[in-house]
Design a binder for this molecule. Structure first.
Ligand SMILES: Cc1cc2nc3c(=O)[nH]c(=O)nc-3n(C[C@H](O)[C@H](O)[C@H](O)COP(=O)(O)OP(=O)(O)OC[C@H]3O[C@@H](n4cnc5c(N)ncnc54)[C@H](O)[C@@H]3O)c2cc1C
Length: 602
């Protein structure tokens, strides 16, 4: 198994140089106790945890102790408790939690950098602590003081684990159709009745408790999204004496998944014996709004996951391509010459460049969104609003591009391995199975694409789109200052003009009331938007790399690293960006063959 799964040098370049994490420590009192050198130490610690607790178990968790229910108990891999403990003890679980809740109050970019390491090391094993942090954050943001006192510390300490319980058999993409009910009780609690499916890390055999953040409908609530409330539903609730007693949450089954087998996706039944109590979070009927806080963070986390698995696949492919000898140079005549490493073949180099371009471009986009996430909280006035708009617009793209393109990138990695890539001798086949889910959960690509085009691009009279165009233009202007980057600055400028033209064409349909036609090809619009967003991130990385090269202080490996950034930027512009032409043509073609025509699918 390849030993490398992530490059700390690349993470540091992105976090410090391209996305300027020091901006936060310099400009906001909120982070005054931190300095950027400390962030590097944290990343070193994260890598040590990755190397020791996560990565060595990546393949075994896929094959041994795969979670399942035995005699009513959901057994998980014995290493999982150690991972949860390591995350809590090292402080990563509380990395961005405010100090008043015992957190480290770090800029979220640092947490994202840590996540890249953990996810690349062993993505499936991270569900337990990640979902717990997300669930606790919901209680922290919207829960009563009583709920906070009862749950937060134990959850952030990793003693009680958390889940997000939204999906039901007949309510997946369409959450407005969920039917789980909540009946008010005299003691202020609610009796919960219903079923949830696919609940990740929905149960285990080691934590003292499992806390489900669950969506349900209070009796008599309006139908649709307006009648959904959020509840804390523990596996064990406290009785009058403060003892933990069974709360009638039954683990009914574990789905046998294609990948990410370290964490079970569970079917849970709530209140079969009419004895399941839930506790309302915040106000009634505002549950979906609250849950969106977790869902938006989770969408960015899926982007992190896509880029991280792509990273692990890239470094494994790179190592293999350097070691595997096969064939000779195309112009070599002598069959007695030794075979060469496959990395010397242009087509293999193209595949590796493709993987690198997708992965490092995706990572940069995630950092970009994470920067906006932070500024939308701590920035002042206009800066805050600007970054909230950017974050709203970028979230579906950050969820989608690293997932969809990551899947292709890992599949390309398998191609680099030839026949061995298709076997269990190497981790690529597992990585492909693992990454495949990223375009499905947390809102499928179809749903994200409709969100991007149907809501985000047009919201507030196109204000978010304007904020985005402004940001991209800033990078284009910067790039024009460097002779070597001018051709790429020009290209991106043209691409942005084309994107605006396509957007206007499509929104024109919306204005004519042709909503179905407007959104029919939203998925392709997402592809176009994503390509340009990554081209922007590559130009941004190119500007920083060129600046450092021109300063003349880099030599050896450092210089090579910067040159490889410029080279990969060029690769992205020359090999990937041209795909926008076909997409733009399709999106402006009025022959739509997918609205109606159901009888054509025979
Ligand atoms: C491994 C795994 C882990 C999961 N973890 C969790 C979890 O922890 N908590 C949780 O609550 N859920 C979880 N889920 C559920 C997941 O979020 C849903 O599976 C996902 O949102 C899709 O819902 P669905 O499966 O019902 O598909 P459907 O909604 O039936 O979608 C099927 C297809 O139809 C398309 N489609 C649906 N509606 C529309 C529309 N209006 N317009 C256009 N196309 C549409 C979709 O894009 C998709 O391609 C998990 C799922 C899996 C597989």
């Amino acid at each position: 198994m390849a030993t490398e799964y992530i490059s700390l040098k690349n993470l540091r370049f992105l976090m410090h140089d391209v996305h300027d994490v020091a901006y936060f420590t310099k400009n906001f009192d909120h982070y005054k106790q931190h300095d950027p050198e400390m962030f590097d130490i944290m990343l070193d610690t994260a890598k040590q945890i990755g190397d020791k607790e996560l990565h060595p178990f990546y393949q075994t968790m896929d094959r041994k102790h795969v979670p399942d229910i035995f005699d009513g108990v959901t057994k998980v891999h014995p290493q999982i408790p150690n991972i949860v403990k390591a995350m809590a003890e090292s402080g990563w679980t509380r990395a961005i939690v405010p100090e008043e809740y015992g957190g480290m109050q770090l800029p979220s970019m640092v947490r994202v950098a840590g996540e890249f390491i953990f996810q690349a090391a062993n993505n499936g094993a991270m569900f337990y602590s990640e979902l717990t942090t997300g669930a606790a954050k919901l209680i922290q943001s919207f829960g009563s003081e009583e709920l906070k006192a009862e749950y937060l510390e134990k959850m952030y300490d990793g003693e009680w684990l958390g889940t997000m319980a939204l999906t039901e058999p007949d309510a997946g993409s369409s959450l407005s159709d969920l039917t789980t009910t909540a009946t008010p009780q005299d003691d202020g609690s609610f009796k919960i009745t219903g079923q949830k499916i696919f609940i990740s890390a929905g149960d285990n055999d080691f934590s003292e408790n499992v806390i489900h953040l669950l969506l349900a409908r209070i009796d008599g609530a309006p139908s649709g999204t307006k009648g959904i409330s959020l509840f804390v539903v523990p596996k064990y609730r406290k009785d009058a004496k403060g003892e933990l007693v069974d709360n009638d949450v039954i683990p009914a089954g574990v789905y046998h998944k294609m990948g990410q087998k370290a964490a079970p996706a569970m079917h849970l039944i709530f209140g079969e014996k009419e004895n399941c109590h839930g506790y309302l979070v915040g106000e009634p009927n505002k549950g979906l709004k609250y849950m969106f806080q977790l869902m938006n963070s989770a969408r960015i986390a899926v982007g992190v996951m896509g880029a991280s698995i792509s990273s692990a696949a890239y470094y494994a492919s790179l190592q293999y391509a350097k070691e595997r000898k096969q064939g000779r140079k195309i112009d070599a005549k002598n069959v007695h010459e030794p075979q060469i490493a496959i990395i010397e073949h242009a087509d293999v180099k193209r595949m590796l460049m493709y993987q690198k371009a997708i992965m490092e471009g995706s990572m940069s986009l995630v950092f970009e969104a994470s920067r906006s996430f932070e500024l939308s909280k701590v920035g002042d006035g206009e800066e805050r609003e600007h970054h909230q708009l950017l974050l709203d617009l970028l979230t579906p793209v950050v969820k989608t591009y690293p997932s969809e393109e990551g899947i292709k990138s890992v599949s390309t990695g398998i191609q680099c391995f030839g026949g061995y890539g298709y076997t269990e001798d190497f981790p690529l086949e597992q990585m492909l199975r693992d990454i495949r889910i990223t375009s499905i959960y947390e809102g499928t690509t179809g749903i994200q694409s409709m969100d991007l085009l149907g809501r985000k691009v047009v919201m507030k009279g196109g204000k978010a789109a304007m904020a985005y165009f402004q940001e991209v233009n800033k990078t284009v202007e910067e790039a024009f200052k460097y002779e070597a980057l001018k051709p790429y600055a020009k290209l991106l400028k043209k691409e942005m003009e084309q994107l605006q033209q396509v957007t206007m064409h499509l929104t024109g349909k919306a204005m004519q009331g042709e909503i179905e036609l407007f959104l029919a090809d939203a998925n392709l619009y997402m592809e176009l938007f994503g390509l340009i967003a990554i081209a922007w991130q590559w130009l941004k990385q190119g500007v920083e790399a060129q600046k450092q090269i021109d300063q003349g202080n880099a030599a050896g490996d450092d210089l090579n690293f910067l040159q490889s950034k410029i080279h990969t930027m060029k690769f992205f512009f020359h090999y990937e960006v041209p795909r926008t032409k076909g997409l733009a043509q399709r999106l402006q073609d009025d022959e739509v063959l997918t609205v109606g025509f159901e009888n054509m699918l025979v």
